[in-house]
Each structure stands twice: as structure tokens, then as C-alpha cells.
Design a protein around this ligand. Structure first.
Ligand SMILES: [Zn+2]
Length: 235
């Protein structure tokens, strides 16, 4: 049951109306007919200012009292709210905002030389209730300052695992003589660029990652694949 954010009374359906959700607004849909919930506690601020909620917790002013603007009515309810917010307690919106707030609080970010590093804890919605729980996983972002702005930065391990994946996706095909797979593995082993022409310059981390994958982990396979076509196959 969704509850009034000002007095925690159960909200009751009093009417139906075409309240437009953010989704409907973004997708340019005609708002569907929805149940309008209101507080029935006559001493409550939300009652006084005619606040309305829909099932997922989103908030509207039905019609402010005479002499009061929509904005003032909304502010009054916000001030009277126990959470400082206007959405209904116990709703999807309420759970989502609490989760986002907690996530923000637990996010760790810091600057390290010319890097900006951030760890964001990941959450998962609990089935059946409006709550999110931590998954124990984190999303890591590293940004590097280049000429006054931040760009995404891949660590050695990011590159290493992406090269490893590329190798694993192609060596079966290469060993069964599929030309495009042979080309990909040979380019990796020779550290050639995307077009397979020249050695890549500048990407030292990638060069090392490719060397480890091709010539340390999968050395035997690479040797066979390199002998398939006699191009510039020197490691
Ligand atoms: Zn109330």
C-alpha cells in the first residue's frame, strides 16, 4: 500500500485521470487513464493542498486551493514531507530513489595524478517488493585528463581481456583455415593495425597484451596459424 509522504496515512484511490508519466512524455504517448491516490487525513498538508499520486509513486497537484499556485502547493507538500521528497512512501519511485541515494553514498571516486577513478556499487531489483539490493559487483570507470577534458581510459587488464577474447573467438576458425580468422590472429601476433598493414604505434599496453596472448598463452596454436599463409609472419 502506498503511503502519504507527509503523514504516512494509506493513500486511497479517489478518482481516475490521465496523469502523464515520464515514460509517456518521452515516448510521446497519450497518457493512459490511471488511478489517482490521495491522502484522507484532513489535518495533513497533502490533503490541504490536494496532492495526488499514481500507483508507482509519482506526484501531482490535482488542483491547488484558491489563491495558491501549483508551485506553492508543491513546495508546501515538499516541506511537509517526512522524506523531503514528494513521491509516495512504499512505492516504486520511493524504493528507486532510496537505492540511487545509497548508491551515490557508497560510490568511491578519487583523482590520481591525471586520472579520475570511480567505483560504483551495482544493485538489483528484488522481485515483488520496491527494493534494490547490492549485487556485490562494482562498475569501475577510469577517465584520463587529456588536453583539459576527460576521456575513457582502458587499463592493461581491460585491453588484455579484450585481446584474449578476440583470440579465443577466432583461433578455432583460423585452425580450420577460415581466411578472415587467420588474418585476425596473424595481425594480433604481428601486432599489426586494424587494416593489417603496419605495426601499431603508440599502444604499448596493447602490444604487450597481444604478445602475452599470442606468444605466451597460446604459443603452439599461434605457431600453427602463422604457418598457414606465408605473409610477414615474424613475431
Ligand atoms: Zn497525508
Amino acid at each position: 500500500m502506498i503511503k502519504c509522504p507527509c503523514c504516512l496515512s494509506d493513500l486511497k484511490v479517489t478518482h481516475q485521470d490521465r496523469y502523464e508519466t515520464l515514460d509517456e512524455h518521452v515516448n510521446d504517448e497519450t497518457p493512459s487513464l490511471k488511478d489517482g491516490y490521495q491522502c484522507s487525513n484532513e489535518k495533513c498538508t497533502a490533503y490541504e493542498y490536494n496532492g495526488v499520486w499514481i500507483e508507482d509513486g509519482e506526484f501531482w497537484i490535482k488542483e491547488p486551493p484558491a489563491g495558491t499556485s501549483y508551485e506553492d502547493a508543491e513546495k508546501a507538500i515538499e516541506r511537509g514531507s517526512l522524506t523531503g521528497r514528494t513521491h509516495a512512501i512504499n512505492s516504486w519511485q520511493d524504493g528507486w530513489e532510496r537505492y540511487r541515494e545509497e548508491q551515490k553514498k557508497r560510490t568511491v571516486s578519487f583523482n590520481l595524478f591525471w586520472f579520475f577513478v570511480q567505483f560504483v556499487p551495482l544493485y538489483q531489483k528484488i522481485e515483488g517488493i520496491h527494493e534494490w539490493r547490492r549485487t556485490g559487483k562494482w562498475r569501475r570507470t577510469i577517465m584520463r585528463r587529456v588536453e583539459g577534458r576527460y576521456v575513457h581510459f582502458m587499463t592493461f587488464w581491460d585491453i588484455y581481456f579484450s585481446e584474449l577474447r578476440e583470440y579465443r573467438q577466432n583461433y578455432h576458425g583460423a585452425l580450420s583455415m577460415r581466411e578472415e580468422c587467420v588474418e585476425i590472429i596473424q595481425s594480433m601476433a604481428n601486432n599489426l593495425n586494424f587494416w593489417g598493414k603496419k605495426p601499431e604505434k603508440g599502444f604499448l599496453r596493447r602490444k604487450i597484451a597481444r604478445y602475452v596472448v599470442c606468444w605466451i598463452i597460446y604459443r603452439d596454436r599461434t605457431k600453427i596459424i602463422m604457418s598457414i599463409k606465408n605473409t610477414n609472419n615474424e613475431p
